[in-house]
Design a protein around this ligand. Structure first.
Ligand code: HEM
Length: 125
């Protein structure tokens, strides 16, 4: 084979590798996932409940039979989600669970996408 043929094959091969790499990076970039989810929650916010709850209101819903939690300024009633989650979720009931929620990697994509459907209001003073 001529050396120019090798060059062409080499170029095609490298381009293919770069394309695959960019595809994977794009798919798993957490920043991108967050911004997409932020966009969708902004779109939903007009239909979300805007009732204001205080931490005192939330604190009495601290069990499996009634579990409310504040995450990033919004209030969620996640009682119905309990059977689908592992038991650790109870730690977040009745409180501001923002840090707890954000510290689990699996929440980045899946958890954040599910949250809006459980929103009941916003956190006030
Ligand atoms: C603040 C209280 C919470 C704690 C401590 C917590 C903890 C965890 C932990 C430790 C995992 C990893 C479990 C595993 O790998 O088996 C997880 C996964 C997950 N959590 Fe939470 N969680 C909380 C709240 C929530 C809420 C409110 C939602 C959504 C309504 C949620 C949705 C999810 C989802 C979708 C996953 C991924 C499950 C999977 O990949 O199969 N979590 N959580």
């Amino acid at each position: 084979m001529k050396s120019s043929t090798y060059l062409i094959y080499g170029f095609v091969f490298v381009s293919l590798l770069v394309t695959i790499y960019l595809y994977i990076v794009n798919k798993t970039d957490p920043q991108k996932v967050i911004s997409q989810e932020e966009q969708s929650s902004t779109t939903n916010s007009t239909t979300d409940a805007s009732t204001v709850y205080t931490l005192a209101d939330i604190s009495s819903h601290n069990t499996e039979s009634s579990c409310w939690m504040a995450i990033s300024g919004a209030v969620y009633d996640v009682t119905a989600y309990f059977p689908k989650h592992n038991p650790q979720i109870v730690q977040g009931c009745g409180r501001d669970a923002t840090q707890m929620f954000n510290s689990e990697r699996k929440h980045l994509r899946k958890g954040t996408a599910i949250l809006p459907e459980y929103k009941i209001g916003v956190l006030g003073n």
